[in-house]
Ligand binder design. Structure first.
Ligand code: FBP
Length: 549
């Protein structure tokens, strides 16, 4: 593979490890734990992996280990740093015993089920150290949830002598990792399962997990792009830029990018839901910012829109939840099949309640059609396909036209549209993600060596220098509750949404009126990999505000 000068220099970067992981470790265990909700139900579903203690690793005298064979899977959307989790795990298992082996299952969980894998070697791993992407083994969205998949998996695990499997994924993949851990423990198959918190969306976090990996690099990449647009916008002074940002449901990415770039408007879905706002309320809010700036002679600006916005507008949320139920076949849990798009739309109209139908029909025709037709294999609305940035700018333009006729708006309004998502998911990991991911992977080898299963690898205190980071594990059942998914109650890891009483949102809310009126843009520039610590090693603003004492 040919490489750029930066790639060559970056390949030589040695990620930092917490002091506790730099030699032999001992596991210090806390008290028995409980799930965050529905304790009795979760306990009954996970009798072998429920109630386990939180673990912290501390330095120990010495350790001797037999060789171990470990497998690893990348699951779901790409996130910067995945390759470093793998290189950290590789170095970790080799440091336990140089004859240990690491296998990678190809193209996501499907690789385990279909027995597609590679064995890592030094040369193979070295090609991918500190690089972005998941291309080392590929990723996929196959859900590991059926007994026949678990049984197929155990065949190849036994064939390769694998004693532990590490699954790198978001909340759903880690929930499934725990189901697999429980299944193998119940069957006494002798295979441990360890999870690792990944997702650029930033919604896999809680008291034990400070942040999911990839969030830092993805947000810095989007913020660089937003900053560039803001500088263009402030130079030409003729466009309003409507920028949709990935993040599926939660608005963490939009909020973090707003904190890094100070746009004129940033919508936070969780606030819109809490305030029970309608689509018209949201449009009016943006139009007011446009009108206010126009009154100052500023016919330009930026609007950040979280990808999941539409699902948080209460009336639309209710509609989508009914669409998800009726478009899922209760017998299979999969999306219902229809002969044609027209047949599907007719089915929706006949099976939707009157109030939901009224909401559907109030939406622009193309959006209504998209809501009825575009589903993922599980019957869910594919929010990333809804062009909210265009929908909102069109509705804002209509409102401003109306205000113009009423003499309430005397400016110009021209919009440009952007969607940032894929641009950031495979960026070369920032120093934060490079170090955090390497530590998560290395730490997973210690969870395996100490016999844990049903745990997620955790690294805490990451706003401090890496040497002071705290390494350990949290039982996955501790993060679970029961939620309704596709017409059934399921044990799942609770997703972290933006907290309206949390420090990041409060900081933003205290500043946004000023940012709306003034042109207070910050232009963060590209991620820096080499240079002073205050330029290269900063964590996200979200994490810094959350951890500020
Ligand atoms: P994960 O939760 O699997 O990490 O994926 C996150 C994400 O990047 C979302 O932000 C986005 O909505 C979705 O994946 C897009 O999925 P796909 O890669 O299948 O287009």
């Amino acid at each position: 593979m040919e490489k750029s000068a930066l790639q060559i220099a970056r390949a030589a970067y040695q990620p930092k490890l917490p002091t506790a992981l730099q030699g032999a470790v001992k596991a210090v265990e806390g008290a028995a734990t409980q799930s965050v909700g529905n304790q009795e139900e979760i306990k009954a579903l996970f009798p072998n992996t429920y109630g386990l203690p939180v673990v912290e690793f501390q330095s120990a005298e010495s350790e001797n280990h037999d060789p171990i064979n470990v497998g690893i899977i990348l699951s779901g959307g790409q996130a910067p740093g995945g390759h470093n989790v793998i290189s950290g795990l590789y170095d970790g298992v080799k440091s336990l015993n140089k004859n240990s082996k690491l296998y990678g299952f190809l193209m996501g969980p499907g690789g385990l089920v279909d027995h597609k894998y590679v064995e890592f070697t030094d040369a193979f791993i070295d090609e991918y150290r500190n690089t972005g992407g998941f291309d080392i083994i590929g990723s996929g969205r196959t859900k590991l949830e059926k007994e026949e998949q678990f049984e197929s998996g155990i065949q190849i695990l036994r064939e390769l002598g694998i004693q532990a499997l590490v699954i790198i994924g978001g909340d759903d993949s880690n929930t499934n990792a725990c189901v697999l851990a429980e299944y193998y423990a119940a069957k006494q198959y002798g295979v441990q399962v360890i999870g690792c918190p990944k997702t650029i969306d930033g919604d896999l976090k809680n008291e034990q997990i400070e942040t999911s990996f990839g969030f830092d690099t993805a947000c810095k990449t989007y913020s660089e792009l937003i900053g560039n647009i803001q500088r263009d916008c402030n130079s030409a002074r003729k466009y309003w830029h409507f920028i949709k940002l990935m993040g599926r449901s939660a608005s963490h990415i939009a909020l973090e990018c707003a904190l890094q770039t100070q746009p004129n408007v940033c919508l936070i879905s969780e606030e819109i839901e809490a305030k029970q706002q309608s689509l018209d309320d949201v449009v009016t809010y943006i139009a007011q910012a446009v009108a206010m700036r126009a009154a100052d002679g500023n016919n330009f600006g930026t609007v950040l829109i979280p990808e999941g916005l539409i699902e948080f507008i209460p009336a639309i949320k209710k509609l989508i939840s009914q669409l998800n139920e009726i478009l899922t076949d209760p017998a299979t849990g999969e999306a219902r099949e229809f002969e044609s798009a027209d047949a599907q739309i007719a089915f929706v109209k006949n099976n939707t309640s009157a109030d939901n139908l009224a909401v559907l029909e109030s939406l622009p025709a193309d959006v209504a059609r998209q809501l009825c037709l575009d589903r993922d294999p599980h019957g869910n609305v594919q929010v990333s396909l809804i062009e909210t940035e265009k929908l909102l700018s069109r509705m804002v333009a209509d409102k401003l036209d109306q205000w113009k006729q009423e003499g309430k708006f005397v400016g110009k309004f021209a919009a440009q549209h952007h969607f940032f998502g894929y641009e950031g998911r495979c960026a070369a990991p920032s120093n934060y993600d490079a170090d955090y991911c390497y530590s998560l992977g290395f730490n997973a080898s210690r969870l395996i060596a100490t016999g844990k299963t049903g745990y997620m690898s955790i690294i805490k205190n990451t706003t401090a220098p890496a040497a002071e980071w705290i390494a350990g594990g949290v039982p996955i059942t501790m993060m679970m509750n029961i939620e309704r998914r596709n017409g059934a109650n399921k044990p799942v890891i609770r997703k972290a949404l933006v907290e309206l009483d949390g420090a990041p949102f409060k900081f933003f809310a205290g500043k946004r009126d000023e940012w709306a009126r003034q042109t207070a843009y910050i232009y963060p520039g590209p991620i820096q990999y080499f240079g002073p610590t205050e330029v290269c090693d900063q964590c996200t603003r979200t994490l810094a505000l959350e951890q500020a004492k």
